[in-house]
Ligand binder design. Structure first.
Ligand code: ATP
Length: 235
């Protein structure tokens, strides 16, 4: 089932409108789609455009009624004067989560991400990785249909990455669609059934790893090899 339809004709920043051009794809229920590409290729710009945070000529449609989503940006966005638990309560209030269910889910997520002891502390004083985990906890709390996650692995320790991936996989099995931007090509190769390689604001390759391997004539190549070959051919 299609959950998200993206058709970006042109998008960018005020004064720099053409960072991304002709990017079209759909995200389906139960799909983990990896957005990969070199620094400055336009991955975050695509995600921000999908979220309506940037101007642009585009059609973005969350297909179907009452589709909700979680967007986890690259830079954590947290309030200075709220504790971790107060952040979660705020989300629960905004999404009208039932109190008992919210509390149980929130406690489980904090436990899983090893944040229980920090519950009454201010995330503003947390390390970068801990702040990133808070953003992920908030995303998982609302159990959305669509997850849009920008570079989630940066700053997470290996244990946190493993727990995060397990949770993401559970959500995918539940039927959520997941769009994840990352530089971790080994992780993308392992977890993403479909991949979208962005170069210079355009789609340079897309499909499954097997399709990308045949597109760049590297039948047994890793995603790392394919990525570099495609980019070399383009330059
Ligand atoms: N706030 C901004 N204002 C103007 N230009 C920007 C802004 N943010 C990013 N850009 C430009 O847009 C282009 C794409 O940047 P973007 O952040 O989308 O790349 P990315 O693929 O996510 O890179 P990275 O992997 O390094 O995070 C770059 O040329 C960058 O300089």
């Amino acid at each position: 089932m299609e959950l998200l339809r993206v058709d970006i004709k042109e998008a960018g920043y005020p004064g720099r409108e053409k960072i991304v051009e002709d990017v079209r794809f759909s995200l389906f229920s139960g799909e983990m789609l990896g957005l990969i590409g070199p620094n400055g290729a336009g991955k975050s710009t695509i995600l921000k455009t999908i979220m309506g945070l940037l101007p642009g000529r585009c059609d973005i449609e969350f297909v179907g009624l009452n589709k909700n989503y979680a967007y986890v940006p690259e830079q954590p966005v947290l309030y200075d004067r709220l504790t971790l638990w107060e952040h979660l309560e705020l989300v629960a209030a905004a999404y009208c989560l039932e109190k008992r269910e919210f509390e149980n889910t929130a406690e489980d997520l904090l436990e899983l991400f090893h944040l229980s002891k920090e519950k009454n502390h201010m995330p503003a004083n947390f390390s970068k990785g801990m702040q990133q985990k808070v953003m992920l906890v908030i995303g998982f709390l609302i159990k959305p249909d669509v997850y849009i996650v920008d570079e989630p692995f940066m700053g997470l320790d290996p244990r946190a990455i493993k727990e995060f991936l397990q949770l993401l996989e559970k959500e995918r099995e539940r039927g959520a669609g997941i769009l994840v931007s990352t530089h971790q090509l080994d992780v993308a190769e392992r977890i993403c059934r479909s991949l979208l390689l962005i170069s210079d604001g355009h789609i340079a390759a897309n499909g499954t790893l097997a399709e990308i391997q045949s597109q760049c004539d590297l039948p047994c190549g890793s995603l790392f090899d394919c990525f570099n070959k495609i980019l070399e051919e383009k330059s």
